[in-house]
Design a protein around this ligand. Structure first.
Ligand code: 8YV
Length: 312
């Protein structure tokens, strides 16, 4: 008998194939009647496989009394109620490290595209403006500029290495100062003040909600750039939009938004923002590694072993 699990949303097809091989999977996102679906499975389901929103809240945990483990596809677990899981003795796992390089690559692409405006320059060429109007307007160099990393964890360090290879200087702010050579700033405002590029890499969730607000953007100033590859919730999005419209900051590179996949259409008209549809980890190699880690965590647990990457 295979262990029964619920998959909460559509996940990467090869990962779903592997899950189907190892477990009896019930797809919550395909259920016509969610309440009836959960009620029927309550006596047997022992695990959840999640991916991004909708995550897992306390209510879902309560209707599944046999739930032992929630295995998330992704490093960020802000869509999962960790306190509720802890209280109920439910293990939560994520997929750290395997995505560091791809997310850091994305962070650099956003930095470069925000500062050098390469996407806009290409649109300019394709529109025939090069021949008609002359060269594209000058942009801003990365070399010699300072990148302030808000949240210097494993992904932040991978970004720092890359930014240094581009000739940038690094500083950072974390809740706790690290034993690391980069200069430390006491808070997000001080970091923004001392940086040309503010790179947001913190986890999402209540603790970082709207951490990047008007005060921080004021400190970043009209020559500063904001890059966010973390979670949309970390930035006060309406304030950011206003600051971009009014050129109170120089530009932004955004891979994440407050209410994905909905992006406020006013962002589409901005010439000083580069917008990606949350593609930080979206390569075949990385998504395969993330999926394998998600499945391996479940397999380890049901083999009676310690899970590989436990959050709570
Ligand atoms: C995924 C991510 O795209 O790992 C994360 O936390 O943000 C990305 O790798 C995400 O899991 C999808 O919501």
């Amino acid at each position: 008998m295979k262990t029964e699990i619920i998959v909460t949303t559509q996940i990467y097809a090869p990962t779903q194939e592997r899950l189907d091989k190892e477990f009896t999977c019930h797809k919550l996102h395909e259920a016509a009647d969610r309440a009836a679906f959960l009620k029927k499975l309550a006596p047997t389901v022992r695990a959840l496989a999640t991916f991004g929103p909708p995550g897992a809240d306390a209510q879902l945990m309560d209707v599944l009394p046999k739930l032992e483990i929630i295995s998330n596809f992704g490093v960020g677990v802000d869509a999962i109620d960790l306190d509720a899981a802890k209280k109920r003795g439910i293990i939560v796992t994520n997929t750290p490290d395997v995505l560091n390089d791809c997310v850091a690559d994305t962070a650099m692409a956003l930095t470069m595209n925000a500062m050098r405006k390469f996407p806009q320059a290409e649109v300019y060429l394709r529109a025939g403006h090069w021949a008609a109007k002359g060269g594209y307007p000058l942009t801003t160099s990365l070399g010699g500029k300072t990148m302030g990393i808000l949240g210097l964890g494993r992904i932040g360090e991978a970004i720092a290495q890359r930014a240094q290879a581009f000739g940038m200087k690094i500083r950072y702010h974390n809740r706790n100062k690290k034993d690391i050579a980069y200069p430390y700033d006491a808070d997000a405002v001080a970091l923004a003040k001392n940086s040309d590029v503010l790179m947001v890499v913190t986890p999402g969730g209540v603790e970082t909600d709207k951490l990047v607000n008007a005060k921080v953007l004021d400190a970043l100033g009209p020559k500063g750039y904001l890059v966010n590859i973390a979670r949309g919730s970390v930035v006060d999005e309406p304030v950011l939009l206003k600051y971009l419209q009014q050129k109170k900051i120089a530009g932004a590179g955004l891979d994440v938004f407050a209410d994905e996949p909905r992006v406020p259409p006013a962002f589409f008209t901005l010439d000083n923002a580069v917008l990606f549809p949350h593609v930080g980890s979206a390569t075949t190699e990385t998504r395969t590694a993330m999926g394998n880690l998600q499945v391996d965590n479940l397999l380890a647990h049901f083999a009676g072993k310690a899970v590989l990457t436990r959050v709570v």
